[in-house]
Design a protein around this ligand. Sequence first.
Ligand SMILES: Nc1ncnc2c1ncn2[C@@H]1O[C@H](COP(=O)(O)OP(=O)(O)O)[C@@H](O)[C@H]1O
Ligand SMILES: [Mg+2]
Length: 185
Amino acid sequence: MRTNKVVMVLGRRGSGKTTFVKNLIAQYHKLHPHQKILVVDTFDNPVWELKTIHPEDIKRWRRGMALTYSSEPEELFEILEKHLRNALVVFEDAVKYIGHRLPPPLKRLVIDSKQKNLDIIFVFHSFGHAPLDLWRLVDYIEIFKTADSPEIRKNYIVNFEEVQRVWEAVTKSPNPYEHGTVQVY
Ligand SMILES: Nc1ncnc2c1ncn2[C@@H]1O[C@H](COP(=O)(O)OP(=O)(O)O)[C@@H](O)[C@H]1O
Ligand SMILES: [Mg+2]
């Protein structure tokens, strides 16, 4: 992953998404040691093995890796949009706080990601859970085994044929952690 990419990771529970993202974080940190790394989860999830920071602390955060969560996602998104620069941000299990449309501050974060030197990873459980306006904004889609098929988002997925091809190969594979990448742009 070069800097300033927007990536969507799709896969059902237990398909290997978090493990994949953790490996990506480790590689990213080696390649870009000065970039901050922020994981946004819905609770203080110990699986990340990261120190937890309060959303307010993001305003003064200078370096390192951290996990944050909030019971007020809209407030957190405003803080990210206003203050987060030079970072990789991961939205884990994003469906819990992102609906069928990206919340406006998150959409602006994605659109301004290159100017702000941000890389962004969104993690969802299925094709149906990804916000409809995100399909046109992602650079890469990482497809794990899913419960639904890309068919349900046929009219939104930019390069549908390739997504379908990769999803079929992943679905057929006997490896439960199989995954494949589609480059959108
Ligand atoms: N490539 C892999 N090879 C072997 N075990 C894996 C692999 N990816 C994930 N696992 C294991 O499978 C379980 C679920 O993985 P996880 O990454 O938490 O999935 P998800 O985030 O999609 O729910 C974990 O116990 C993890 O250690
Ligand atoms: Mg997970």
